[in-house]
Write a protein that binds this ligand. Structure first.
Ligand code: G1P
Ligand code: ZN
Length: 543
């Protein structure tokens, strides 16, 4: 086995987005495409000689091919050890845990999250740093810059390693350890949650369904929920990871989990339903007759976290992404703890978590997590919910209603317009941005604009600034319109419109969400003209 230096030429499109480099499989399969990008990552890092690298992915099409390349390139670049999940599998939170637990230098997470997979589907590569979280912009910018001038990469002429066999294999000077992808993660969950109480809940007849969407969380959920917590066999559905996600779309929302939602709305259905996405970092929570929005779920988990052993001494603070509803802010206020509003993307929580300023974080896009890892964590959210249900012995609906009666309700929805012409989408956002200074003081549909800006984040830990993170238009009554362009779409542009209205603790909490937000939806169209300018009559997805 000899180390080789192979000449190459740059690809112009290797700019990592919100969650690493995400493209269609045919793009990744171009000659040297993966090699260039991995070499650009390693060229942008210092001090990893002899260190450990964690590698794993969500099992989607091309995962196995990319992993073999990554192992060779890691060896040729001087890593001392690679930890890789058996079958090349690791959920994103499990990868984060391994990096932290085994003090790895960093990790490669191979996934395109909730995007469809397959020969024409999406693939992705994300680099995580030693704290277990996504690389900060400083690094991703350096990787992109390097990818634009790359002239060669290093690899080694060694055979593929056997990803199916647990144990050690040698690749050049580097040791590869194929490990059980579930064991360390399950151990962490046991340390955080009251497994005895949850087992007792299931033993008392409580029934749940967990949809792994043919993606990564199947093996994790089977071991933990059916195995360790004693839920009946069949609780986990679609539990075998498939390279194409069985031709599905592994995004746990009300569109792709409609059947489960409908089942939970029937008297015969189970008490609790949950799902996770392609790489296991997102979650969907549905109680009997009650869908819990991710923004509400964040607030509820924060308010009840002390019921779980891992958080029994309370939480230090909460962080949410800017478009996420302000429901959690009310909890932080009541608990007298720090509350932070960050740009979209989990990487912005890393500094706050590392500094111990926040314990629980969340995004409206079905991501919730805590300081136990540095990624959002789908199963963690499900298990914390189960712990709360076991401790309170109340149903989800009752818990949600009591929460609103205490804190008030933030009616909230997100309207996505997908695959919009990028030029139209950019012009639309630019136009609105240009008009923002004229808005404060105007009264629209009876609501007075209190502020209008393009969100700029000042990181309180490292002092860095991130500008142009999304347009916010706030109203005097606490309502809010947010508009931003997605950073994860792979075709054209995706426009996301977020709408929120606050109803106080003694107000009406039983309105239909879309109806409750109708006036704001009207104002948003009046201001941004998404429908008029894109020619769409309705959003592609409403969540
Ligand atoms: C989306 C979500 C964002 C999440 C990201 C990665 O990004 O909105 O909250 O962090 O996926 O899962 P977007 O496409 O909006 O840039
Ligand atoms: Zn994901």
């Amino acid at each position: 086995m000899t180390v080789q230096t192979i000449e190459t030429t740059p690809y112009a499109d290797q700019k990592p987005g919100t969650s690493g480099l995400r493209k269609r499989v045919p793009v990744f399969s171009q000659p040297n495409y993966v090699e260039n990008y991995l070499q650009a990552i390693f060229d942008s890092l210092d001090g990893f000689a002899g260190e450990t690298l964690v590698i794993g992915g969500d099992g989607r099409f091309y995962n196995d091919v990319a992993i073999q390349k990554a192992i060779r390139i890691a060896s040729a670049n001087g890593f001392g050890r690679v930890l890789v999940g058996q079958g090349g599998l690791l959920s994103t939170p499990a990868a984060s845990n391994l990096i932290r637990k085994y003090k790895a230098f960093g990790g490669l997470v191979l996934s395109a999250s909730h995007n469809p997979g397959g020969p024409d589907g999406d693939f992705g590569i994300k680099y995580n740093i030693g704290n277990g979280g996504p690389a900060p912009e400083k690094i991703t910018d350096a990787v992109f810059a390097r990818s634009q001038v790359i002239e060669s990469y290093k690899t080694i002429d060694s055979p593929d390693i056997d990803l199916g066999a647990l144990g050690r294999q040698q690749v050049g000077e580097m040791m590869v350890e194929v490990i059980d992808p579930v064991a360390d993660y399950a151990e962490l969950m046991q340390a955080l949650f009251d497994f005895d109480a949850i087992r007792a809940l299931f033993a008392s007849g409580f029934r749940m369904t967990f949809d792994a969407m043919h993606a990564i969380t199947g093996p994790y959920a089977k071991v933990i929920i059916e195995g360790q917590l004693g839920a009946s066999a069949g609780t986990v559905v679609n539990g075998v990871p498939s390279p194409t996600f069985n031709d599905g779309h592994p995004d746990p929302n009300l569109v792709y989990c409609k059947d489960m939602h409908d089942l939970l709305m029937t008297p015969e259905g189970p008490d609790f339903g949950a799902a996770s996405d392609g790489d296991g970092d997102r979650n969907l929570i549905i109680g009997k007759n009650r869908f819990v929005t991710p923004s509400d779920s964040l607030a509820l988990l924060a308010a009840n976290a002390h019921l779980a052993p891992g958080y029994k001494s309370g939480i230090a603070g909460i962080a949410r992404s800017m478009p996420t509803s302000a429901a959690a802010d009310r909890v932080a206020e009541k608990l007298g703890i720090e509350m932070h509003e960050t740009p979209t993307g989990w990487k912005f929580f890393g500094n706050l978590l590392d500094a111990g300023r926040v314990t629980i974080c969340g995004e409206e896009s079905a991501g919730t997590g805590s300081n136990h890892v540095r990624e959002k964590d789908g199963l963690w959210a499900v298990l914390l919910w189960l712990n709360i249900l076991a401790a309170r012995r109340q149903g989800v609906d009752e818990i949600v209603r009591q929460h609103w009666a205490t804190y008030g309700r933030n009616y909230y929805t997100r309207h996505d317009y997908e695959e919009v012409d990028a030029a139209i989408a950019n012009a639309l956002v630019d136009d609105l941005r240009g008009r923002l200074p004229t808005l404060p003081g105007q009264v629209l549909n009876g609501l007075e604009v209190a502020y209008a800006d393009d969100f700029t984040y000042h990181d309180p830990v490292d002092g860095s600034t991130s500008a142009k993170q999304g347009i916010r238009i706030g109203f005097a009554d606490g309502s809010r319109i947010v508009l931003r362009l997605s950073g994860t779409g792979t075709v054209g542009a995706t426009l996301r419109l977020y709408l929120e209205r606050y109803e106080a603790a003694d107000g009406r909490h039983d309105l239909d969400t879309q109806l409750a937000l109708e006036p704001l939806i009207g104002i948003a169209e009046q201001l941004a003209g998404v429908k008029a300018r894109t020619g769409r009559i309705e959003p592609s997805v409403i969540t």
